[in-house]
Ligand binder design. Structure first.
Ligand code: MLT
Length: 216
């Protein structure tokens, strides 16, 4: 299989250090596969990156799933697209040669919402996640098993799209499934602030850095 057959337009870049995580970069509405590459450099420059472009178009703007209105999701489409994204990550892992437990989603807004949906519906896809400005994408019929899965939920205190109650609801849902959730509320709205980046960088290096393996 070649890269064009994996199912999503995407960017892949191998890790710069052995054993570093693979950041699955998931852009917001209207973004593309190149958008979050500079963010990944600021967060964990040694990491590999896998960055797909969402396959839904809303008035020409790429997204990862359909919505009926702002914050009102087409749940059937969301479920189907979540499974498709999980299969893409599996194929990419086989193609590029990484382990799925090394994959850490880094999503913003619509991308954070599908990352949360992956955790809830396809829990074996991710080893962890950094969710910027996520809301509850759906409530699954059965809770997934996410024992100890590290999740940083970094939301804005004055976000007009995601209320503080919604942030608490998502943190509680993921914790009920066993995830180890850090909820960081920033002095910000829906857009990222420099504090989001500082805190996510510290969290990623505390949770995912490991001694570099020396080849013998
Ligand atoms: C969504 O549709 O996922 C959320 O409303 C965030 C957005 O993309 O604006």
């Amino acid at each position: 299989m070649n890269a064009a057959d994996l199912g999503f337009n995407h960017v892949f870049r191998p890790a710069r250090a052995a054993g570093a995580p693979v950041l699955l970069l998931l852009h917001g509405t209207g973004g593309n596969e190149h958008d979050l590459v500079p963010l990944s450099e600021a967060l964990l420059p040694d990491a590999a990156i896998l960055s797909p472009r969402g396959q839904v178009l809303e008035r020409g703007m790429p997204r990862f799933f359909r919505r009926l209105a702002e914050g009102v999701f087409d749940l059937e489409d969301l479920e189907q697209r979540t499974h498709e994204l999980a299969r893409f990550v599996e194929r990419a892992a086989a193609h590029y040669g990484f382990e799925q437990r090394q994959v850490v989603a880094v999503g913003f807004s619509n991308g954070a919402n599908i990352a949360a949906s992956l955790l809830l519906l396809e829990p074996s896809t991710l080893g962890g996640g950094v969710l910027f400005r996520a809301m509850v994408p759906l409530v699954p019929d059965a809770l997934p098993a996410l024992p100890g899965t590290p999740v940083l939920l970094s939301n804005g205190r004055s976000d007009p799209l995601v209320s503080l109650e919604e942030s608490d609801r998502l943190a509680a849902l993921l914790r009920r499934a066993g995830a180890d959730v850090t909820l960081a509320l920033q002095a910000a709205g829906h857009e990222l602030s420099s504090q989001d980046i500082v805190q996510a960088r510290e969290w990623l290096s505390a949770v995912f850095s490991q001694p570099h393996q020396v080849e013998r």
